[in-house]
Design a protein around this ligand. Structure first.
Ligand code: NDP
Length: 255
């Protein structure tokens, strides 16, 4: 039997990269998946197509995060589509995956207040208020999975601003796990290491070879490596795990 039959899921930023792989995994288990995106409508529709091609159920929902009204916009679309497909607006699984990163090569000296505001708006404020807005929709036994990064435990000065936002995301997990336990809702963090998200850098063999050295397994992660971990946390089999930091970095944090 599919483990997520009759469940609904929202995966933010699932038009591509890790989010797409998560959407595919959850749909594979029978969940109806809301494929959220900001601007890449074609990519989101491709995620939906891939899910439907495998016999799964999904729909795309657009909302740019990090701007005024973002969460309202997201839930307007989400609730409308859930109602149309299921007759209600119950959400069982929320994966806070969408995020932006610091531009490559940005030293701590280069970070501006505007950079930090933007990073916090998309990576921290949006997921926090998405969780808050989702609370009345989340069912008993629900799941919240926040995607962080190994960079909260591995120094990389060029990513300090981004890593700060991921540290904040981990605080959402810690405190909301306590808050939501009485409802049987688990809240966990999954922290990927360098993961092939389909961007151009992963087509450069020398760069990939160099990045691979960071993992204990001497390869870069694939989106599916991370998505499988998130899928597990979404199932009933993970009901006894809450407030956890799950290292999905292929041993990068072993040093
Ligand atoms: P990608 O850059 O491949 O995809 C980002 C996704 O987020 C897209 O779906 C994009 O939508 C969406 N998104 C970006 N900005 C916004 C915004 N302002 N509003 C709404 N949606 C937005 O991401 P990855 O797969 O690389 O990363 C996924 C998660 O994993 C992130 O939280 C990231 O921090 C984390 N992570 C990734 C690592 C990696 O090496 N890839 C390493 C460690 C952590 P659209 O397509 O419409 O632009």
């Amino acid at each position: 039997m599919e483990r997520l039959e009759n469940k609904t899921a929202l995966v933010t930023g699932s038009s591509r990269g890790i989010g797409r792989a998560v959407a595919l995994r959850l749909a594979e288990e029978g969940a109806l998946v809301a494929v959220h995106y900001a601007t890449q409508r074609d990519a989101a529709e491709e995620t939906v197509r891939l899910i439907e091609q495998d016999g799964g159920r999904a729909f795309a929902v657009q909302a740019e995060l990090g701007v005024p009204g973002d969460v309202h916009e997201l839930f307007l679309g989400l609730e409308h589509e859930l109602k149309a497909r299921t007759g209600e607006t119950v959400l069982n699984i929320l994966v806070n995956n969408a995020a932006i990163t610091t531009p490559a090569g940005q030293t701590p000296e280069d970070v501006t207040p505007e950079d930090l505001d933007r990073l916090y708006a998309v990576n921290v404020k949006a997921p926090f208020f998405i969780v808050q807005r989702a609370l009345p929709l989340l069912s008993a036994g629900g799941r919240i999975i926040n995607v962080s990064s190994g960079l909260t435990r591995l120094a990389n000065p060029e990513q300090v601003a981004y890593a700060m936002t991921k540290g904040a995301v981990e605080q959402i997990t810690l405190h909301l796990a306590r808050h939501l336990a009485p409802r049987g809702i688990t809240v966990n963090t999954v922290a990927p290491g360098i993961t092939n998200n389909g961007s151009a850098i992963f087509d450069v063999p020398e760069a990939v070879q160099q990045m691979a050295q960071l993992s204990a397994f001497k390869r870069v992660g694939e989106a599916a490596d991370v998505a499988d971990v998130i899928r597990f946390l979404a199932t009933d089999e993970a009901r006894w795990i809450t407030g956890a930091f799950v290292d999905a970095s292929g041993g990068t944090l072993l040093g």
